[in-house]
Every structure is written in C-alpha cells, then in structure tokens.
Design a protein around this ligand. Sequence first.
Ligand code: G1P
Length: 293
Amino acid sequence: MTVSQQKKPIRKAVFPVAGLGTRFLPATKAIPKEMLPVIDRPLIQYAVDEAREAGIEQMIFVTGRGKSALIDHFDMAFELETTLKGRDKDLSVLEPTRLQPGNLVTVRQQVPMGLGHAIWCARAIVGDEPFAIFLPDELMIGEPGCMKQMVEAYNEVGGNLISVLEVPHEEVSSYGVIAPGKSHGALTEVLGLVEKPKAEDAPSNLIISGRYILQPDVMRVLEGQEKGAGGEIQLTDAMARMIGNQPFHAVTFAGRRFDCGSKAGFVEATLTLALERDDMADEVRAIMRRLLD
Ligand code: G1P
C-alpha cells in the first residue's frame, strides 16, 4: 500500500443491518431493530448523522428481507411533506432523514453468515478505497462524534482504525478484544485481535466498539476467511490477518457509548438522552424521582 492510498478520504460507510433483531422480539417482528427509537430518532438515524458529521457521503446498507423501512426512512415522504406543508408545520425535523439519490445504496446479505460476510457483501460498492463501518447497535454520543474523532486520527496515521473502550474483564467474551501495543494520546497500536475470547484468554479488556475505518484490502482477506467464533465469518479475524502488513490503530473514543443491542442498554440510552433534552429533561427527572421514591 502506498502512502497516498493510506490517506485517501473516507467517503463511504457500510452499515450491516441485515440482522433479525431476535433479542428485541416481538418488537422487531415487523420492523427492523435499527428502526427502534431512542426518544424520537431511530438508531439508524444516530449512526447516519454521525457518518455525515464525519464527512461521509455515501451510506451503504447491507440489508435483508423485511428491512425496507430503513430505506423508506431516508427517502422523501411526498404525502407526509405535502400534508405538513398544507398545515404550516415545520419540516426541519425531517431534514436529517433525506439522503440524496446515490447517497444511499443497498445490497442484500442473502444468508446470515456473520459480520465479516456482511461487510464482504458490500465489496463491489466500496471498490478500491478506504471505508468506514458502523454497527448501529452501538450508540456513540460525543462532540465531535466518534467517527469524526476517528477520521481525525486517520488523517494523522492512515491505515486501519477501530474504536475501542474498556469494559469489566468478565464482559470481554461478548466482544472483539485487542492486544494493545504502545499508546500516544487517544491512539493505541493494535498488535493482535481476537473475537469473543474466554475471559481468561483475553489479551486485554479493550473491546472493539462498533466503529471501523478499514482499507479496501480487507475485502480480499474476507474472500478467503474461514468461519470463526460462533461458526460465523468474523470481521475481527480478517482484520487480525492485516496487522503487520498495514498500520493498525485503536482510538479511545472521548464520549459515551450505549449498548443498544441489549434491553438494559437501550433503556439507559433513552433515560440519559431524555435527561439532556431541554424539551423534556424536567418532566423526565420528576418522573424518575417519583419512581425511585
Ligand atoms: C460485533 C463484533 C465485535 C464487536 C461488537 C461490538 O459483535 O464482531 O468484535 O466488539 O460487534 O458491538 P456482535 O455484537 O455482532 O456479536
């Protein structure tokens, strides 16, 4: 990889959104889990907003059957907008939901074979340029947002980056875990990666938290990737094979992360963000006090 390739701008992001959302059934029987709202924004909207803030132009959704609500959400809603206009209502709330044609591209993951396979499904659209990945279950709140912080780090060091955070050691087996090298500021060299290790085998308690900037070479590695943890084709395993050939860093996100893949994490995100909203904080605080008493 040449130096100029290492620092090509990040214009595209892949959102693997084909999952069945079984942990949230029955809520997710007829709507995608990424459409579940934290207050009044669906999870996918937080991720797309974070991508746009980071300068990313093209969103690539890797979807499956029953996921069309995600595409409708970012389309123009002609009837709705006409009705709202006729009633003199403010349309600005819909502004972030409009992606220009061409800025949302979808591809299907026809069989659920894991995160690595989902990313590989987007290879033709990603082409030969570095790209970002967002796992929308991980809700990242910060100023600037997580991906913007990562793009800033990328502009410094190039290569591949993943966002990491510390979790209690007993929780590492639910995640991808890094073997950390030297740190400088928010950047840590990544010496190794392992997906869902047993707690006693984990090289650290620094986990991959759902944001990535990867070189297109990962697609070629994924092409021949064997099944890993859980019998799935793991992105972590493919990334691990790139370490040593290309720069690989972890970025410790200065901000907050909510695990909206779990019900308790979802409730935590909802309560936290509600307490920060001018239009509802007082009311929600009063409700919480009453409940706790
Ligand atoms: C995926 C990744 C894992 C990462 C996690 C973050 O796991 O494979 O490396 O730590 O997302 O949420 P999953 O949650 O799909 O099992």
